[in-house]
Design a binder for this molecule. Structure first.
Ligand code: MRU
Length: 349
């Protein structure tokens, strides 16, 4: 499997007490370099510039970030209020994915018990994410194979929802891996994912690493690939799933959903239950991160649009539940387009 997005390195850190080690995803696929994060400022910066990214990876990063904050507090002599404020900065570093706040909130109450308790909980959270991803991939593959009458599936995916976007294994790419392992995968079309190219740089890197047949296509090709019958389904991740089944994910997912609905093929959303936000009734209230316009009007540092033209750069969009054939979580598969809500049958399990 591809390199992990993050680990806690027991031997690193200024005082040898350990530090968070992040694979710097902004440099992939050409350069493999790690960041050793010893300060809250560095972690917040890494999250904001997407050195670590993908909804299910951020709770582990955020939870380990609480340990980073505690270690920095001990070195710098911060009081309780300052530590709480720094933990809050980690929690709020990106707004759309619910997972980051969820991960920080899960371990922050353990701060009074000491650093080892927080670190153990953060490690536990990362292990749970991997287990959830493997289980939801299995359930999603079963769901797809029961509905698509082909020996081997052709899949379209958008953005990167692989190992790099999670603690391990991946969600949408976890489903792809599962199909591949069962000998039931034919081909993957990976949308390049403008403007930061998570599909071209990261998804293609993971697929190439495992010898999975694939091609990278521009985002603008996706609808046509779907309507020309070149794929059997689309499988994507999610950043937040509202109680009614609306799904926030990387901008461009909505277009994929519209095309799938028109073509009569399933859009399957693969996400751990930590992505489900029952406190959000519907997608319209999800905050959509707006990133700097320069990411759109520049390419690799070179201006591509007139200097008089600003960029508009929403990082995510919301696909209405009626376009979402299935949401696969480790708790089971729900069918929002058929009227099933996330706060329905599975919430008690
Ligand atoms: O801006 P990014 O790269 O963090 O966006 C990532 C996505 O939109 C993913 O599809 C989503 O987080 C699910 S990852 C398993």
């Amino acid at each position: 499997m591809s390199l992990l997005a993050l680990t806690w390195d027991d031997a690193a850190g200024p005082d040898g007490r350990g530090a968070l080690r992040l694979l710097d995803q902004t440099l992939l696929p050409l350069t493999t370099e790690y960041l050793v994060v010893e300060r809250v400022d560095d972690l917040v910066g890494a999250i904001e510039r997407l050195a670590v990214r993908g909804a299910p990876a951020t709770p582990s990063a955020g939870a380990m970030g609480v340990v980073v904050a505690m270690d920095e507090a001990a070195r710098e002599g911060w009081d309780e209020a300052r530590l709480a404020a720094e933990v809050r900065r980690v929690r709020d570093a990106r707004p759309t994915a619910v997972n980051l706040a969820w991960g920080v909130d899960r371990v922050a109450p353990l701060v009074p018990q000491g650093r080892d308790a927080v670190l153990a909980a953060a490690r536990q959270l990362a292990a749970e994410d991997e287990a959830a991803n493997r289980e939801l991939s299995r359930l999603a593959a079963d769901w797809l194979l029961a509905r698509v009458d082909r020996p081997r599936l052709r899949v379209l995916t958008h953005c990167n929802a692989g190992v790099l976007a999670t603690s391990a294994w991946g969600t949408a790419l976890g489903v792809v891996r599962e199909l591949h392992a069962r000998g039931r995968l034919e081909f993957v079309y990976a949308d390049e994912t403008r403007p930061l190219l998570q599909g071209a740089r990261l998804t293609a890197w993971e697929l190439a690493d495992e010898g999975i047949p694939h091609a990278v296509q521009v985002d603008g090709a996706a609808a046509s690939t779907v309507l020309r019958g070149m794929v059997d389904c689309a499988v994507v991740g999610a950043d937040r799933i509202a109680a009614n089944g609306d799904v926030a994910n990387k901008v461009g997912t909505l277009g994929v959903g519209l095309a799938c609905r028109e073509a009569g093929i399933p859009l399957l959303v693969a996400a751990p239950w930590s992505t489900v936000d029952l406190a959000t009734p519907e997608g319209a209230t999800i905050e959509i991160e707006e990133r700097p316009g320069e990411e759109v009007v520049e390419f690799a540092g070179t201006r591509t649009a007139p200097f008089a033209s600003p960029g508009y750069n929403p990082a995510f969009d919301v696909t209405p539940a009626r376009f979402v054939a299935a949401v696969a979580t480790e708790r089971g598969v729900l069918e929002p387009a058929a009227g099933q809500r996330m706060d329905g049958v599975l919430t008690g399990s």
